[in-house]
Design a protein around this ligand. Structure first.
Ligand SMILES: *Cc1c(COP(=O)(O)O)cnc(C)c1O
Length: 492
């Protein structure tokens, strides 16, 4: 038995590399990261790989480990050069990511020390850090000190937690779901619809409140719909607004919606996953007025604070409501509530064991300070305004002047199907790959989208895109002219 144990120990100890092996692995990883970052300014926003990363499937977990160089080479060849490059400043589609470097160091240390951030008792310091970051976020949006929240994996889970909390706080039991009405706009992010379904609210009537010409939810229409539903004997219980829609970056009229929600005793949830951090800009404070009157909100540090993917946040003004929906053993809760920082994240979300997310948020803010984050947000918004102006000079039709950093625009060809034309233009740009843009369909019209939110996006990227658009229009126009006679023959 002892002999067997010692044999196994010998092999198991490979899980603890020696200082020398650690040094080699650290150096190789650092070389890889440096090579990646040292060329990031020139890196394309999109890379097409005909293999679509299939090669990675040959790297099934082996019995015996490989040398790190071999493994990192597989990563380089099959993963880091196909599809969108979210780390590139040329990523101007969807809602861009980023990945400020110190967050990676936070993740590294969190993994090395493996602090347990789910339960206060297990690591009071880690949990205090999480609560402190949530208190900071609360302060940013104007929530009171008593608000509670949770650092989640992203905005989708944050929305889910907010909606589940709303359901319980409003006392919606399963039998009442079919008469409990939810209000939102067509521009709400799809994660909200998913959350409604997962929360067991699929049978609740969902009202799509009309939009104004800026794609913002029309508060007057909302008030009328709520009154109408009440008159029908239904129970309006939840209104969900966006502070920065994904499609157009619009901020719904939060203050007017808050007033309606209050008057009708509805829960008011705001999806600020994309736009929330723009509240840090003085020039946008007025647009966010009313955000503090909401009951819960989702905000994504992996978007507006440029962190790498894997961190969102939910905030709930009435912290007790958040806990009521998510605690497990509440015997000790009463006393703990008096001291909010002693609450365990495990009682404020569906997760028990979790990644020490606070560290990847705290470390960058400590090392860099808030100033560059605010400057970068300001810069992204101005870049969007600049693009909105310049793209019109190229003859494009544009959507409303951006509230935040998303611009929709489309080319109106003299003849032919405009939707098809814009789709082809988007494809041309994607194939080139220097920058990556996405498109959307609003009221049956295809629009191209500029979403400026990578901290690495600067004036040169926007100028490159403008240049590519101009050339793209020329190429497509010439193709049309060249192909025109054949086409006529075809259709006749
Ligand atoms: C990105 C986004 C979400 C979803 O957040 P994830 O972090 O991707 O889960 C929700 N709402 C809005 C408005 C978003 O932009």
């Amino acid at each position: 038995m002892r002999k067997k144990l010692l044999e196994l120990e010998q092999i198991a100890r490979r899980l603890e590399p020696t200082a020398e092996v650690r040094r080699q692995w650290n150096e190789a990883t650092q070389r890889y990261a440096d090579a990646f970052l040292n060329q990031i300014d020139e890196a394309p926003g999109y890379e097409y790989d005909p293999d679509e990363g299939q090669g990675i499937e040959q790297w099934w977990p082996p019995q015996q480990g490989h040398p790190i160089e071999t493994v990192l080479d597989a990563l380089h060849r099959h993963v880091d050069h196909n599809g969108i490059n979210p780390a590139s400043g040329g990523h101007l589609g969807y809602i861009p990511g980023g990945g400020v470097f110190p967050a990676a160091l936070g993740d590294y240390l969190a993994a090395v020390t493996n602090r347990y951030a789910g339960i206060y008792f297990a690591n009071p310091g880690a949990v205090r850090m999480e609560h402190m970051m949530l208190r900071w976020l609360s302060q940013v949006v104007g929530y009171p000190h008593s608000a509670l929240g949770n650092l989640t994996s992203g905005g989708s889970i944050a929305n889910l937690i907010g909606i589940v909390t709303a359901r319980d706080a409003q006392g919606i039991r399963s039998t009442e779901v079919p008469r409990s009405v939810i209000y939102l706009s067509e521009q709400v992010h799809h994660s909200v619809h998913k959350a409604i379904r997962i929360a067991g609210l699929a049978e609740a009537p969902v009202r799509f409140v009309p939009l104004d010409k800026h794609y913002r939810l029309d508060a007057q229409a909302l008030a009328q719909m709520v009154q109408h539903d009440e008159a029908q004997g239904l129970r309006p219980f939840l209104v969900i607004a966006s502070a920065g829609t994904t499609d157009t970056g619009a901020i719904d009229p939060l203050e007017a919606i808050a007033r309606i929600a209050q008057a009708h005793h509805m829960w008011f949830h705001i999806d600020a996953a994309y736009g929330g951090f723009f509240i840090l800009l003085d020039e946008l404070k007025a647009q966010f007025k009313g955000i503090a009157q909401s009951d819960s909100l989702a905000i994504d540090p992996h978007k507006g604070l440029f962190l790498p993917y894997g961190i969102g946040a939910v905030l709930v003004k009435n912290g007790q409501a958040l806990m009521k929906s998510h605690y497990y053993q509440a015997n000790y809760m009463q006393d703990a509530l008096a001291n909010a920082h002693q609450l365990s994240p495990a009682d404020l979300s569906p997760e028990l064991t979790k990644h020490f997310r606070a560290l990847r948020l705290w470390l960058p803010l400590q090392l860099l300070g808030l100033e560059p984050f605010i400057a970068a947000l300001k810069e992204k918004r101005l870049l969007a305004l600049y693009f909105h102006r310049q793209v019109q000079q190229l003859g494009f039709e544009v959507g409303p002047e951006p509230d935040l950093s998303v611009v929709i625009y489309r080319y109106r060809p003299p003849r032919g199907d405009a939707n098809e034309w814009n789709r082809q233009l988007a494809q041309l740009i994607q194939r080139d790959g220097r920058v990556f843009i996405s498109s959307t369909t609003i009221n049956g019209q295809v629009w191209l989208r500029l979403a400026c939110l990578s901290f690495r996006t600067h004036l040169n990227h926007i100028d490159t895109l403008l240049d590519m658009l101009q050339k793209g229009v020329r190429i497509l126009t010439e193709e049309r002219t060249a192909h025109a006679p054949t086409k006529t023959k075809h259709s006749s």
